[in-house]
Design a protein around this ligand. Structure first.
Ligand SMILES: *Cc1c(COP(=O)(O)O)cnc(C)c1O
Length: 444
């Protein structure tokens, strides 16, 4: 198993996109029920290998299609340790020093985003669950148990997980307002204010404002200072979705773009994106973890004071899960092993690569580039061509190059995105992609 993983990891950077055409007989895999007496590991590994080889290639340096990419080997090792030892981490009394390791990483992250020293949170599976946790806490904090009149404000480019979370958290669908964006794909703050005022006039209860620090489509970052001011003026909970963009905070340029995030009441970020962690690694950070405890603790408010005297949190009281994965270790090991500077340099490199791709593509006569990237997503399309031709362009490129790009719709128009966020993507990969894009743009 270990040598299989070592071989995979050695070959990962150059793995081809798209994956070799999948010849697996799905029906035979489906029919493979566990046998009574078990099978040899070699056979099982072979079945896995075939199935995995037919999947979308996530680990390659040419994965320029989707945000979660990479998957650090050292994170897998941390995970292996955590899984094999299988400690309980739902209540601090079960494993105090292990909780301290996890809490140490949470506090480091809270400090990275400029939250006060009370800042902490919870590791969860990803931003979808982190957002649900945040909005449930926001609703309970601002509206208590009477939430029917509560409204929240998102933007056109807000990830759909926020609507999904709102719906599960009991915020009426018709009370989720979509604020238009300006030409730069950021939330129009004055329109947001008009909507809040009009809701107040109608007797509704504006409750939360959601900013985005790095949209999935274009990497655009909202004006977080302006949104924080607006939220403060109307006493709204200020939530920032930094799923994709958050860890650029480790770089000087990212920190400038994300200025204002320190005013957030809650922040979601995805280590399975910006810290190159394996899928299933998200984080919720909050200014005041007491609000999480009030929302999620099932022991009742009368125990909150007693809990305050404990030096470490019971994570079961910070969110939905009781028995939970010890996710902290898969970050603790790589961050301590490689050092935070290694991560900062990797992310800085991604910003450079996006600038390189942007400038190179902007110089190609047959291509329109959307705008200079805020972070590491570059959106472009064939100049003067229909959406249909652009879709063909995307297909043709993905069939030609050792990489994968993806498509999206911006303002009703089809664009192609190059998203650079794998620790295995370096200059060679991006330069080759630019070369192939340029070549294909001349012949579709
Ligand atoms: C990926 C992403 C999400 C969803 O996060 P999951 O971890 O997939 O649940 C939300 N918002 C943004 C901006 C994202 O990029």
């Amino acid at each position: 198993m270990i040598s299989y993983i070592a071989d995979f990891t050695d070959a990962a950077r150059d793995a081809r996109h798209p994956a070799a055409s999948d010849t697996t007989d799905l029906m035979s895999v489906l029919a493979c029920a566990p046998s009574a007496r078990g099978e040899g590991l070699d056979k099982l590994l072979r079945i896995f290998d075939e199935a995995s080889a037919g999947a979308f290639e996530t680990a390659s340096g040419g994965n320029l299609a989707y945000v979660p990419s990479g998957g650090l080997f050292s994170a897998a090792l941390g995970e292996f340790l955590a899984r094999a030892t299988n400690r309980y981490t739902m209540l601090s009394s079960f494993a105090p020093a292990l909780i301290a390791m996890e809490e140490g990483i949470l506090r480091w992250m809270a400090e990275l985003f400029g939250l006060p020293s009370t800042g902490s949170g919870l590791f969860v599976s990803g931003t979808s669950v982190a957002t649900l946790t945040a909005l449930a806490a926001a609703r309970y904090d601002r509206l208590g148990l009477h939430s029917a009149q509560g409204t929240i404000y998102v933007a056109e480019h807000t990830h759909y997980c926020v609507r999904k979370a709102a719906q599960i958290a009991g915020i009426a669908r018709e009370n989720v307002r979509t604020v238009p964006t300006g030409a730069d794909f950021t939330m129009d703050t004055s329109r947001a204010e008009e909507m809040i005022k009009s809701d107040l006039d109608r007797g509704l209860q504006p409750m939360a404002l959601v900013g985005t620090a790095g949209s999935t489509d274009t990497g655009s970052v909202d004006d977080l200072h302006a949104l924080a001011d607006l939220a403060a003026r109307y006493r709204l909970w200020f939530h920032v979705d930094a799923a994709y963009g958050g860890f650029f905070q480790l770089t000087d340029r990212g920190k400038k773009k994300l200025a204002g995030i320190e005013h957030a009441d809650s922040i979601c970020a995805d280590p399975h994106k910006g810290l190159f962690q394996p899928c299933g690694t998200g984080v919720l950070l909050v200014r005041d973890p007491e609000i999480l405890r009030r929302t999620f603790s099932m022991q009742g408010d009368y125990l909150v004071d007693a809990a305050d005297e404990r030096p470490l949190p019971d994570y079961a009281d910070h969110g939905v899960e009781l028995t939970r994965e010890f996710r902290g270790l898969r970050m603790w090991l790589p961050l301590n092993l490689h050092g935070t500077l290694a991560f900062a340099q990797e992310l800085d490199e991604k910003l450079d690569l996006a600038q390189h791709a942007y400038r190179s593509l902007a110089a190609v006569k047959t291509i329109d580039v959307l705008s200079e990237p805020d972070l590491s997503v570059v959106a472009f399309r064939l100049r003067g061509a229909s959406d249909q031709v652009n879709q063909k362009f995307l297909k043709e490129m993905n069939g030609t190059g050792p990489f994968a790009l993806s498509g999206t719709t911006l303002g009703g128009v089809h664009y192609i995105r190059m998203c650079i966020l794998s620790h295995r993507t370096h200059f060679d990969e991006v330069d080759e992609a630019v070369r192939v894009i340029t070549e294909v743009s001349g012949r579709v």
